[in-house]
Design a protein around this ligand. Structure first.
Ligand SMILES: Cc1cc2nc3c(=O)[nH]c(=O)nc-3n(C[C@H](O)[C@H](O)[C@H](O)COP(=O)(O)O)c2cc1C
Ligand code: SF4
Length: 482
């Protein structure tokens, strides 16, 4: 992953630890009531993919255990991982693209409700994404994947030559010459792996995304409701389809790209379809970017426009993240897929302990404040969720006291110690296991390996009943001694 060149080390600290009485009287542990959104506290675990579904995207015992453990911390809400809305093979990513997934997903919502003693609302993050291929071997790409066109023959001075001869010739070229023969997308497919974009309107399935996505999201949300989830979070952030529609890089000319209003059109149509499917008494929010953090990407002004539109349309919460784009991702190794958290925008999304002067804690707070202020200036009371490097009570309480957000999200700190919110609330903050922000968990996510935390995944491996990772070397759930 990219890191700021300054490489200034930062260490998360517990800050001032509240007594039980202080915690009980705090903003953080006060309830929130806003339309259908009822939270017992303003604490929130944002979506994190733990890679525990089976190859068909079904809930497994390991998925249930993972969320049950997080629920023991009794946060106000847990948003379960990005869950695919299509009925298409997508590896061990959880899926909600067919009614057959409902029973399995209900096990998750019920585990969250039961293990939190009813204190935690369970939401599911609904995701759509486009195809991303692994980086190919050079020879394989030139022999098999590259679709030959007349322009290749012209560039090589081989008009009339058969395919085999053209491919053999391409294989002999040095990189600079080959780059001049291929077009930009072909060169990218060779260097990074082929990746579809929402602007590839020459492909019927991409052109027709606006026809299909509202229905797909709506069906997924209906299933979430049937599976006893308390609401859905539409994934409009990071590197995926909906964020790509919102992106300033979206130049579609069919009314779904170009101006900010056109870029917001499909996300609004998706929301409207979801609302129509689940009714007004069900929680629908979205996760979106305050800034894309890429060259030529959307900035805070675009985000303000989108947030106002979504809030006016009736979304029940807005959760802000930043960055996490393919556009500036590092070149993957041959055989690996590009990972959208390896460039500067990836750092902004999941900043690690080696940082610049600003540090890794709270990099998205000022943009979040600006977004919330813009909402309030328009008389919109939509609750706002902040996240990014939040790891102690003082910090979380300040986010609320300063009017930056209404709800405090904490992903990696909750992974490091799933019980930490409850410990804080009960005055046991001194026992919280502090996240080190070295992103070992993110490295596992990148490889689609079961996500665990380096602070606990080798502890008590031989204890009875400890479920282990596929390689047998790590425990899958945090021990309960913290
Ligand atoms: C292992 C892992 C998986 C993640 N998966 C998702 C995801 O499915 N959806 C999402 O919106 N963000 C995802 N994120 C990003 C987090 O929700 C969060 O925005 C980010 O880690 C910054 O917050 P933090 O500093 O509290 O960890 C993931 C983060 C990690 C570490
Ligand atoms: S592995 Fe654990 S300590 Fe390290 S960043 Fe992830 S959650 Fe934090």
């Amino acid at each position: 992953m990219w890191q700021p060149p300054q490489r200034i080390p930062f260490k998360a600290a517990p800050g001032r630890i509240p007594t039980r009485e202080e915690a009980e009287a705090s903003r953080l542990f006060s309830p929130l009531e806003a339309g259908p959104l009822h939270l017992t506290s303003r604490t929130w675990v944002p979506a994190m993919v733990p890679w525990r579904a089976d190859a068909e995207g079904n809930v497994t015992d390991a998925v249930v255990d993972w969320y049950a453990r997080l629920a023991e911390g009794q946060p106000g809400a847990i948003v379960i991982e990005a869950t695919g809305i299509r009925d298409l093979p997508s590896g061990p990513l959880l899926r909600i693209g067919h009614d057959r997934y409902v029973d399995g997903l209900r096990r998750v919502s019920e585990a969250i409700h039961r293990h939190s003693e009813g204190r935690t609302r369970a939401f599911v993050q609904l995701i759509d994404f486009l195809a991303v291929k692994r980086r190919p071997q050079r020879a394989t790409y030139l022999e098999r994947f590259l679709r030959l066109a007349e322009r290749h023959r012209v560039a090589l001075g081989m008009v009339g030559a058969d395919d085999a001869a053209v491919r053999s010739r391409l294989a002999t070229l040095d990189d600079a010459t080959l780059q001049a023969v291929l077009d930009a997308r072909e060169w990218e497919a060779l260097q990074m792996g082929a990746r579809e974009r929402v602007t590839d309107v020459g492909l019927a399935h991409i052109r027709d995304l606006p026809l299909h996505l509202p229905g797909l999201f709506a069906d997924a949300a209906r299933r979430a409701r049937e599976a006893s989830f308390d609401g859905v979070e539409l994934h409009y952030a990071h590197a995926y389809t909906m964020a790509s529609f919102l992106s300033a890089t979206n130049a579609r000319a069919d009314g779904y790209g170009g101006s900010v209003a056109e870029r917001a059109r499909l996300p609004l149509e998706v929301y409207a379809a979801v609302r129509a499917a689940v009714g007004t008494d069900y929680v629908i929010g979205c996760r979106m970017l305050s800034e894309e953090c890429i060259e030529g990407g959307s900035g805070i002004d675009d985000a303000v426009f989108f947030a106002l539109k979504f809030a006016k349309a009736g979304m029940d919460f807005l959760s802000f993240s930043r960055g996490g784009k393919f556009d500036d991702a590092k070149q993957p190794k041959v055989g690996d897929a590009v990972y959208p958290y390896t460039g500067v925008s990836g750092y902004e999304c999941m900043p690690s302990h080696l940082s610049d002067e600003q540090g890794p804690f709270g990099r998205n707070l000022e943009p979040t404040r600006a977004l919330r202020e813009a909402l309030r200036d328009e008389g919109l009371a939509t609750p706002v969720v902040a996240a990014g490097g939040i790891h102690n009570f003082e910090q979380a309480e300040r986010v609320l006291a300063d009017g930056i957000a209404d709800i405090v999200g904490s992903a990696r700190q909750s992974l490091a110690d799933p019980g930490w919110w409850k410990k804080l609330r009960e005055g046991r903050g001194a026992t919280v296991r502090q996240c080190e922000y070295k992103n070992y968990c993110e490295g596992l996510d990148q490889k689609h390996k079961e996500v665990t935390c380096q602070l606990w995944d080798r502890v008590g491996l031989d204890e009875p009943g400890v479920m282990r990772s596929r390689d047998g070397r790590r425990r899958l759930v945090a021990p309960r001694d913290w």
